[in-house]
Ligand binder design. Structure first.
Ligand code: HEC
Length: 140
């Protein structure tokens, strides 16, 4: 008799243990899986956001490296732009001799309020110093 009672206790203990384990697995599924699936779906955007805020690069530099890279004539142009911004993006001789001609050759065919290009972005004009200046701060 005593032996049987002991068996029941063991069985109940085991059942309790299994129940705890099951709850654990359910919690894992409910809390961890949505986390992984959302970070999975957005991983590209999340990465882009993190990396651009981490380096806090101005939008003009970010776009010259990514979305607008195909229009950048020379990798050195990105360095020139970065240099100009680092020096305070002033309306100086460096702007007039280096930056302005670069914009004119590579960018303002589309980035001009009166652009007639099919893929144009007239809402983002880059043809004047004042226009370009807006995209040179780190939080732009
Ligand atoms: C063939 C037309 C075209 C040329 C050339 C072009 N862009 Fe763009 N650009 C666009 C369009 C369209 C958008 C807006 C839609 C988009 O983001 O794709 C844009 C968006 C941008 C933006 C906003 C942020 C972003 O990345 O979307 C910046 C900054 C920019 N361009 C900079 C430049 C610079 C600098 C150059 C020259 C090296 C350049 N673009 C050349 C068409 C052009």
């Amino acid at each position: 008799m005593e032996h049987k009672d002991y068996d029941i206790v063991k069985k109940r203990l085991f059942a309790g243990l299994m129940f705890t384990a099951l709850v654990g697995v359910l919690f894992t599924l409910v809390f961890l899986l949505p986390h992984y699936s959302t970070t999975g779906f957005n991983s590209g955007a999340a990465w882009a956001k993190e990396s651009s805020t981490a380096e806090s690069e101005p939008l003009i530099i970010v776009s010259m490296k990514t979305t607008m890279y195909e229009y950048v004539a020379d990798d050195e142009d990105i360095d020139k732009m970065a240099h100009w911004i680092k020096e305070g993006s002033k309306n100086d001789t460096f702007f007039r001799n280096e930056i302005f001609p670069m914009m004119k050759n590579d960018c303002t065919s589309c980035h001009n309020t009166s652009s007639t290009m099919t893929d144009a972005a007239p809402e983002i004009p880059l043809s004047r110093y004042e226009d370009l200046k807006k995209y040179t701060s780190a939080d732009s």
